[in-house]
Design a protein around this ligand. Structure first.
Ligand SMILES: Cc1cc2nc3c(=O)[nH]c(=O)nc-3n(C[C@H](O)[C@H](O)[C@H](O)COP(=O)(O)OP(=O)(O)OC[C@H]3O[C@@H](n4cnc5c(N)ncnc54)[C@H](O)[C@@H]3O)c2cc1C
Length: 307
């Protein structure tokens, strides 16, 4: 089921069909407050009332038209400006393939630099999502170049990849922010840890490394991006046993998933952010959400049946 859903995520015909269907749009609304920036900002305001911050992402990937990539830059400018105007505790997260990476790496870098400068002027950190392994090397290379510019930028690293421990070691001297995630793409078996238990252990080990005192003192900041309550409890216990202050790292989850756990962590004094997606290009992203929990497919079916 997971493979089927991830294969479907790249299918343009299915994307066209699904985005026209009302029952699919109804099911998608569980994971995104709406397609407009206004919808995303309204959700960020509601989260602020619970002491939860936000990460806004404008959906879209693998853009092959330069003017479309430029339009994405303008979308992010708008988001950054509105976040500042409303004094929200929010940041934006971008994908390099949304900013022209499939056309030219230097184009994606230039576009991202523009967004990073705008974010810096507003005192906001900029996040880079990690995409499939076709892009891992170039993503890390561009991230290094942004750090060399002095940008306050963070990158996601995927615990399901065998290479990630080495990648993390190579990034530590740069001192930026790192968001540890399990990984959401369909990948060849030889590149990934195939057993869930091994992915979870790797996730725990990567977070443990980031929490070491020397690493924290170097300025590297950790974001623990998972809904896995067992893992969250283990990391909380590990941090407590090392007397690490609760505000020395942060948790992040996706909008609409484990909302009670998001509120619980915030009430317990941890920093929490919720990633809010918006925009009309939600199909591939939504297929990845279904693949993470195939039981979600029944939710779509129930919507189709009017339930
Ligand atoms: C803030 C944030 C940023 C991310 N950025 C990236 C990125 O840049 N690159 C990337 O490859 N991936 C990214 N991801 C996705 C990530 O890789 C995983 O696919 C996703 O988080 C599911 O894994 P999990 O850690 O929640 O653990 P899992 O073991 O998959 O899930 C643990 C539990 O969480 C709940 N859950 C998880 N997913 C869902 C869902 N879709 N619907 C309902 N319940 C669910 C279920 O109760 C499940 O039992 C991001 C995730 C988050 C939270």
């Amino acid at each position: 089921m997971r493979s089927l859903l991830l294969a479907a995520s790249n299918n343009a015909w299915m994307a066209r069909q699904a985005t026209r269907r009302r029952f699919v749009r109804r099911a998608v609304s569980r994971f995104m407050p709406g397609e407009s920036l206004e919808d995303a900002l309204a959700a960020a305001r509601r989260l602020r009332d619970m002491r939860i911050g936000a990460i806004l992402t404008y959906l879209g990937e693998n853009i092959t038209d330069e003017s479309e990539a430029q339009a994405v830059v303008r979308r992010y400018f708008e988001a950054i400006d509105r976040i500042q105007a409303e004094r929200l505790d929010a940041e934006v997260s971008v994908k390099f393939t949304q900013l022209g990476l499939d056309l030219r790496a230097d184009l994606a870098l230039e576009h991202t630099r523009c967004i990073a400068r705008r974010a810096a002027a507003c005192g906001q950190r900029l996040w880079i999502d990690m995409e499939s392994t076709a892009y891992t090397d170039v993503t890390l290379d561009l991230f290094r170049r942004l750090r060399a510019d002095g940008a306050d930028v963070g990158v996601a690293l995927q615990a399901y990849l065998k290479r990630t421990r080495d990648d993390l070691e190579s990034l530590l001297p740069l001192g930026g922010s790192v968001r540890i995630v399990k990984g959401a793409y369909r990948e060849p078996g030889d590149r990934i840890l195939t057993r869930k238990r091994d992915v979870d252990e790797n996730f725990y080990a990567l977070c443990g490394r980031m929490l070491e005192e020397a690493v924290r003192r170097s300025g590297a900041r950790l974001t623990i991006a998972t809904h896995d309550r067992r893992l969250i409890r283990r990391i909380e216990a590990d941090a407590a046993s090392r007397s690490i202050p609760r505000d020395a790292f942060e948790f992040a989850m996706l909008y609409g998933i484990q909302s009670a756990e998001q509120a619980r962590l915030a009430a317990d004094g941890y920093r929490v952010r919720v990633l809010i997606s918006y925009g009309s290009h939600w199909f591939a992203w939504y297929m990845r959400r279904l693949a993470e929990r195939p039981a979600n497919v029944w939710f779509v079916v129930r919507n189709a049946l009017g339930g």
